[in-house]
Design a protein around this ligand. Structure first.
Ligand SMILES: *Cc1c(COP(=O)(O)O)cnc(C)c1O
Length: 469
C-alpha cells in the first residue's frame, strides 16, 4: 500500500514514511492510493477475534511495510486490558429506542483519542528504532488529543511531545491530565488563542520544511493517517458486536469536530462494512452540519467560534474534511487543490452540485445540538437508563435519536467519559460526575506548563530552546 497526497504533489510513499510526516509537502493530506475491500466472508471470519487481533487484521491492509508478526505485537501492546478499563476494550451497550453506545473512552485519558494514540505510542518508537531516528511531535489540542498523545508517548525513547493547548478553554480535568505530567519528554504550551489558531501555528511550522527537517518535527494531530487507520478498527468491532450475520446493516452517529472520527467511518464503509448511515453531530459550531445541509463549506474565523459545553468539538475548520472531499470529487487531486486555493482566497467553496450524493452514495446525514439539548439529553439518558453520558456523546445521542430507522441499530460513539467534563454534568444533574478509580487526586497534583502568545515565532523559539532530541 502506497500513499499519495490529496493535492497530488507527493511521490508515492510507504506507511512508515507518512507516519513520521505531518502534512504532505504540497499542503495536502496523505491518503491510500486505493481503499482495500473486505468481503462478507472475511468479515465473518473476524467475528470472534479479540480487539487487538481485529486491529492487526485491519491495520495490516494499510501498513504493508511492517512485518505481520511485529504488527501483531504492536497491536497486542496497544490494546491491553490492563490499559483499558474494559475486557472487550470497546464495550457495546444498549441505550434505548434502537440506540447503542460504543464505549471508545475506556483508555488512560478517558476519551476516544486513546484508541488511535495507544497504537501510535507503539508504532512510532518501533519505526524510529528501525531507522535510528528521533522525533519531536508538534501538535495542537482542543483538550483530548493532547492528553492522549502525552500518555501514549510519555517516557518513550527517541520521542518528545510539544503540545499547544488553548489557554483557559479546556475543562479543569483536561488541564490537570496534561499539565500534571512530569516526564521530561513532555512539553505543555498553553497559547493565548483558540484551537483553530493553535492548529494554524502548528501547520505553519510543519510547512517550514527546513525548520521541520532540522528539528525532526512530526505530527500526531488527527491529520495523521495512522490515527485514521487505527480508528477504522472500532467501526468493524462495533458492527461485529451489534450484528449476528453477514449483510446486516447498522448506522453510526459520531460527535464531530475535526472530521477525524467520522472519516474513519467513511473509510470503513468504503471498505465494504455494511454501514447504512453515518450521522454527523456537531455542537453550536456547526460548519460541518451546514456543509451537509447546503453543500457549501464555510469555515469560520476564531471570533465566530463559540466556546461551548462540548469543548472538544469547538472546531470551525475541520482538518480531515479534505480527505472526504477528495473522494467526493472522484479522487481528483487537481480539483482538491483548486478548491483549497479557492478556500484560501474566498473563505468558502460550493459543492452543492454533489449534494444528492451525500446521503445516497456516502450515507451521510447531519444535525447539530445546543447547550440546552446537551443538558436535556444527559438528563433523559440518565432517567431512562441510569447511565451517565458526557456532553459530546450527548450531542451524538441528540442528533441520532431523530434519525433512528426501524430494525437498524444506531450506534452512538461515546467519545469521552463524563468525569472529563464534570462542570457540565453538574449543571445538568446538580451533582458532579463520579471520578474513575485512580483519578481521585488528579486536579490537586502540581501542574507544569508554559504560557506563550499564539504566534509562530514564539513557538518556534520555544522549540529551538527546548528540543533535546
Ligand atoms: C476529538 C473529540 C471529538 C471530535 O472528533 P473529531 O475526530 O475531531 O471529529 C468529539 N468528542 C470528543 C470527546 C473528542 O475528544
Amino acid at each position: 500500500m502506497k500513499y499519495l497526497s490529496t493535492r497530488g504533489g507527493m511521490a508515492p510513499l510507504e506507511f512508515s514514511d507518512i507516519l513520521l510526516e505531518g502534512l504532505a509537502p504540497d499542503g495536502g493530506l496523505a491518503i491510500p492510493e486505493s481503499i482495500p475491500a473486505i468481503s462478507a466472508d472475511q468479515l465473518e471470519s473476524w467475528r470472534t477475534l479479540p480487539y487487538h487481533a481485529l486491529a492487526a487484521e485491519i491495520l495490516s491492509l494499510f501498513v504493508t511495510d511492517i512485518d505481520r508478526p511485529i504488527l501483531n505485537q504492536l497491536t497486542r501492546e496497544a490494546y491491553r486490558t490492563d490499559v483499558f478499563m474494559s475486557e472487550d476494550i470497546v464495550p457495546l451497550r444498549p441505550l434505548y429506542g434502537g440506540m447503542f453506545l460504543l464505549g471508545l473512552s475506556e483508555g488512560p485519558t478517558l476519551a476516544f483519542k486513546d484508541m488511535a494514540m495507544q497504537f501510535l505510542g507503539q508504532v512510532f518508537p518501533h519505526v524510529l528504532r528501525e531507522r535510528g531516528a528521533t522525533l519531536n511531535i508538534l501538535g495542537a489540542t482542543s483538550g483530548d488529543t493532547g492528553s492522549a498523545a502525552e500518555y501514549a508517548m510519555r517516557g518513550k525513547d527517541a520521542v518528545a511531545v510539544f503540545m499547544l493547548s488553548p489557554e483557559g478553554r479546556m475543562s479543569a480535568f483536561q488541564r490537570a491530565q496534561m499539565y500534571s505530567l512530569q516526564d521530561p519528554n513532555i512539553h505543555n504550551i498553553a497559547v493565548k488563542g483558540n484551537f483553530d489558531q493553535a492548529q494554524d501555528v502548528v501547520k505553519a511550522l510543519a510547512s517550514d520544511l527546513s525548520f521541520k527537517a532540522k528539528w525532526h518535527l512530526g505530527a500526531v494531530n488527527s491529520i495523521n493517517w495512522a490515527r485514521i487507520a487505527a480508528q477504522v478498527v472500532y467501526y468493524f468491532h462495533g458492527w461485529l458486536r451489534a450484528t449476528t450475520g453477514a449483510g446486516q446493516q447498522v448506522s453510526f452517529a459520531v460527535p464531530s469536530g475535526n472530521f477525524g472520527n467520522i472519516l474513519a467511518g467513511h473509510i470503513a464503509r468504503t471498505m465494504g462494512l455494511p454501514i447504512r448511515r453515518l450521522v454527523l453531530a456537531t455542537n453550536e459550531n456547526n460548519v460541518l452540519e451546514e456543509f451537509f445541509r447546503t453543500g457549501v463549506y464555510r469555515p469560520r474565523v476564531a471570533a465566530q467560534t463559540f466556546v461551548t459545553s462540548s469543548p472538544s468539538m469547538d472546531i470551525s475548520r475541520a482538518s480531515n474534511f479534505e480527505r472526504f472531499v477528495f473522494d467526493l470529487v472522484g479522487r481528483d487531486p487537481a480539483r482538491v487543490k483548486a478548491l483549497w486555493d479557492e478556500l484560501a482566497e474566498k473563505g468558502s467553496f460550493d459543492l452543492s452540485a454533489y449534494k444528492p450524493e451525500f446521503e445516497s452514495k456516502y450515507g451521510f446525514q447531519a444535525g447539530s445540538s445546543t447547550h440546552h439539548d446537551r443538558l436535556a439529553t444527559i438528563r433523559s439518558v440518565m432517567d431512562r437508563t441510569g447511565m451517565l453520558i458526557d456532553p459530546h456523546t450527548a450531542d451524538g445521542v441528540k442528533v441520532a435519536q431523530a434519525l433512528v430507522e426501524p430494525g437498524i441499530p444506531m450506534i452512538v460513539l461515546e467519545t469521552a467519559l463524563p468525569a472529563k467534563f464534570s462542570e457540565v454534568i453538574e449543571e445538568a444533574l446538580g451533582h458532579p460526575a463520579p471520578v474513575p478509580a485512580g483519578f481521585e487526586d488528579l486536579e490537586s497534583r502540581p501542574q507544569h506548563f508554559t504560557v506563550l502568545p499564539c504566534d509562530v515565532e514564539s513557538v518556534r523559539a520555544y522549540i529551538t530552546a527546548h528540543a533535546t532530541i
